[in-house]
Design a protein around this ligand. Structure first.
Ligand code: UN1
Length: 493
């Protein structure tokens, strides 16, 4: 069996802990991908030390030179796209057409971050005093800790790692324990791209390592994507330690369909939004809010379409929906079906493990639809991270928006309508970081701000130009060339 290593100081090293864990294919639990380091504190300390050393030089490399390396990383991801897609499907489960998209998101992010290295704009403003110049620069911060979830093994890490490095920081990356091979691939790509040793380090292991990174005094900023439960705890630690953390957490994303919508388009959107990535996206469509005039008809068409989805190993090109990530996630899905039934919602599709033929070897759950869900139910409020869609009836646009907003989360949202006034009202009134018009809740692009309001985030936006706000500090500079003492706010008034 293949044994993998950590990547520290530009070298592939065995964990000092001496421990390893098995990585298993969720579509076929007989397929063991390999043994991956179960690193400990010594390994984290070593990686942080390497990143701290490397920062001394990396921060001084001209930003466009850093950009050239990031651009090369994009080229390598593009060259290896098909091969990496297959590695990713094997360890994460989503179909290969999706994992190709995952890598494409990293390629886009690489090219975008590389191009930003020729901007990274600061502001120059007039001074209130004569013969004085006011400038401001973005400066790198130091060692960045990156902690990510399993569902986008390359794309989501790339949103953090590539801009952080482009801006002159160094990185220690802890991928999810469920997708360590993708973490290894990330390091291979940056190594080949010619990144100097220590600028990027990967330490593989389990959840506890997130705390080690966050608590490490030499890690100055954290980029986190994961559950609200874990994110909030890490946020508390960072509050105590006076450390910046960008939190991208859960979602309970609504999709509203109005009677004037193009119904075929809306159906396509709901199927993709709810069951794409087996519902394991923070942007997944988990609440379908249907206007009362189309409620019954839409459900009928939706159930019909959902039943036709083909489950299976994502390496098979005919498969629509892959497995969930592990046994625990299957149990969570079963638990929510039980909760939904107890709460009085009506199950109209799916609701159990899929065990036909080869499916029995993996963690498959039938795409599931509950109707007549109401806003008091846990089914309505809680993130499940699986292929379970709740359908809710709305009396009007105002009621639909009120329902959309009646949860603690606020990541993505969507409305299908051909009425431009209703679309703009939804854009204005839905409480979410992202709103789609006539498109499902998923499909964020690399060069736009990504993040959520309320329980989803803590005010940061990854992606786009806003990600550089997370990974840089501002340096304000005043240059007085008057050759005399000029006192601001005093001598000029
Ligand atoms: C996530 O689920 O963590 O918009 C990120 C989307 C993807 C990113 C999802 N581009 O669904």
């Amino acid at each position: 069996m293949q044994r993998f290593k950590n990547f520290i100081r530009g070298e592939w090293v065995e964990p000092k802990s001496g421990k390893y864990f098995l990585n298993i294919n969720p579509a076929n639990t007989e397929d063991i991908i390999g043994e991956f380091p179960e690193s400990g504190k010594e390994d984290v300390d070593d990686a942080v030390q390497a990143a701290k050393e490397a920062f001394k030089k990396w921060r001084l490399v001209p930003a466009p030179k850093r950009g050239e390396i990031i651009k090369r990383a994009g080229d390598i991801f593009a060259r290896r796209k098909e091969e990496i897609a297959r590695i990713m499907t094997r360890e994460m489960g989503k179909p290969v057409f999706e994992t190709r998209g995952d890598i494409q998101e990293a390629i886009d992010t690489a090219y975008y971050a590389a191009s930003e290295t020729r901007r990274l704009f600061g502001y120059n403003t007039p001074s209130e005093l004569p013969n004085k110049a006011n400038l401001s620069f973005r400066v790198p911060i130091g060692v960045v800790g990156v902690i990510t979830a399993f569902n986008f093994p390359i794309a989501v890490p790339s949103w953090k790692i590539l801009p952080a490095i482009a801006a002159g920081n160094t990185v220690v990356f802890k991928p999810s324990k469920d997708v360590p091979h993708s973490g290894v691939v990330f390091a291979e790509v940056l190594e080949e791209a010619g990144l100097p040793p220590g600028v990027f380090n990967v330490v593989l292991g389990k959840g506890y390592m997130g705390n080690m990174l966050v608590e490490h005094p030499d890690v100055k900023v954290i980029g986190f994507t994961g559950s609200t439960e874990v994110g909030k705890k890490l946020g508390e630690i960072c509050g105590r330690l006076n450390k910046r953390i960008s939190l991208e957490m859960g979602g309970k994303n609504p999709l509203i369909v109005m009677p004037d919508a193009n119904m075929e388009l809306a159906l396509d959107g709901v199927i993709w939004g709810a069951f794409g990535t087996t519902g394991q996206r923070c942007t997944a469509t988990s609440r379908l809010i249907l206007h009362k005039d189309i409620y019954e008809k839409f459900i009928e068409l939706l159930v019909d379409r959902t039943k036709k989805l083909r489950l299976g190993d994502g390496l098979n090109p005919n498969v629509d929906v892959g497995p969930v990530i592990h046994e625990q996630q299957l149990l969570t899905c079963e638990e929510y079906v039980k909760i939904g039934l107890e709460e009085g919602a009506k199950l109209v599709c799916g609701g159990k493990r899929a065990t036909d033929g080869d499916l029995a070897k993996g963690y498959f759950f039938e795409p599931t639809i509950f109707i007549d869900v109401t806003s008091e139910m846990r089914l309505f409020k809680e993130e499940i991270f699986g292929p379970i869609l709740s359908v809710i009836k709305a009396e009007s646009l105002e009621h639909a928006i009120e329902l959309a907003n009646a949860v603690d989360y606020g990541l993505s949202s969507s409305i299908y309508t051909t009425n431009i006034n209703d679309a703009f009202i939804a854009i204005r009134d839905i409480e979410a970081g992202i709103t789609y018009i006539n498109a499902p809740t998923i499909g964020a692009e690399a060069h736009m701000p990504f993040g959520g309001v309320k329980g989803t985030g803590n005010g940061h936006r990854e992606g786009g130009w806003t990600v550089f706000d997370i990974f840089t500090e501002w340096k304000t500079v005043y240059i007085d060339y008057s050759n005399r003492l000029q006192r601001a706010q005093i001598d000029n008034y």
